[in-house]
Design a protein. Structure first.
Length: 375
């Protein structure tokens, strides 16, 4: 009896899931594994004196865990999952709030909680649930005045930004801010309110830079170096751009790149440059095209949704995915200052993979056929 029930549920799941988005996510996970093997072997074996497959093995374990999370979230009945959005957000927010107290500091930034066998970066897990909470607030029926909804979502954003700026993590702060602006804009907010928010945000950021130069001086240094390379060390960004140029259209060949050996965070923050150097710009463009295709499928699905919550949620998740992807690419080709932004699904890191899996699972869940949502 239970076997028949499970078979029926799986049949329904497979019937109504957006298979094109699902296969696109699987392709990205597979590419992440392949490029992780290519970009981390020399790092582990030659520089850290570990087994050559040390990082790849960890990436493989987290990839399987991430895929399991993605499929599990996409399988859960949507109306049941919606009931637990608030508890999930509160839990991840608590983890983020604990970082200043029990977090571990790495290279001057305290962004991780050490669980002995795994370092969790809470903001990676929090981002998708922040989008859902924003959508939930913006679609609350108890508040007839839309300005109240925008103000509440703004307070929610500020509470997260305060914790992020304290770490400090300017890259994630900018990513969340841009995603929030896009999400509330899609919900129908007046442009006047967006301009007011941006003015407040820029004024607050400038004040922090002036009041606490010892803590946030690195931001000014990065901006100054970005606009005038002669004023500071721009080694990583220059090396990434040189690697992309060296790779050309077809690349140097697997394992032939030198960026992963010269830049410490090449397998995380500069993975698209590593890919371009070894496999060519055509492969990098193909990867970016997959992200664009997923976003296109999500937006297309939004037009078929009657529920405003689903429309705003899917639009916000697509925006988060695209913004993070192109911020990463922009840093790699020297169009943006260094932000420490990973490439979803492909960069090395357990927190990044799990956060990407949560986002993918939510997208798959919300893009399922509407008749299945309430079956």
């Amino acid at each position: 009896m239970q076997e028949d029930t499970f078979k029926y549920q799986f049949t329904n799941y497979w019937r109504f899931i957006d298979k094109k988005i699902l296969f696109s996510f699987f392709i990205l996970f597979f590419l992440g594994l392949f490029f992780s093997f290519s970009s981390t072997s020399s790092l582990a074996g030659e520089r850290l004196n570990k087994d050559y497959y040390f990082f790849f093995t960890k990436h493989l374990i987290f990839a399987f865990l991430a895929i399991s999370i993605m499929v599990s979230i996409s399988f859960i009945k949507t109306d049941i999952f919606i009931k637990y959005i608030v508890p999930f957000f509160i839990l991840t927010f608590i983890f983020l709030a604990l970082v200043p107290m029990i977090g571990v500091e790495v290279k001057g930034a305290k962004r991780w909680i050490d669980f002995y066998f795994f370092r969790l970066q809470p903001i990676e897990i929090l981002k998708p649930f922040f989008i859902l909470m924003t959508a939930k607030i913006l679609t609350l029926e108890k508040f007839k005045n839309p300005q109240i909804k925008y103000f509440l979502s703004f307070i929610l954003l500020c509470s997260i930004l305060i914790l992020l700026i304290d770490q400090p993590d300017l890259g994630q702060s900018i990513l969340l801010t841009c995603t929030w602006v896009a999400t509330v804009f899609i919900s129908g907010v007046s442009l006047i309110y967006i301009f007011i928010f941006l003015l407040v945000f820029l004024t607050s950021l400038s004040s922090l830079l002036l009041i606490f130069p010892e803590k946030f001086g690195y931001i000014i240094n990065r901006l100054v170096t970005f606009f005038d390379p002669s004023q500071g060390d721009k080694f990583q960004s220059s090396a990434a751009l040189d690697a992309i140029k060296l790779g050309g259209v077809t690349g140097q060949g697997m394992g032939e790149g030198i960026l992963k050996e010269s830049v410490p965070e090449a397998h995380t923050d500069y993975v698209i440059a590593v890919i371009s150097e070894e496999y060519g710009s055509l492969v990098s463009i193909l990867i970016l095209t997959i992200f664009l295709y997923i976003s296109f499928r999500i937006v297309k699905n939004c037009f078929n949704q009657d529920n405003k919550f689903f429309k705003i949620s899917l639009s916000g998740l697509a925006t988060l995915l695209i913004f993070q992807t192109f911020i990463h690419a922009g840093v790699n080709i020297n169009l943006l200052p260094a932000t420490g932004m990973t490439l979803p699904f492909l960069s090395y890191g357990g927190s990044s993979l799990i956060g990407s899996a949560i986002l993918a699972g939510l997208v798959l869940n919300y893009t399922k056929n509407k008749s299945y949502l309430y079956d």
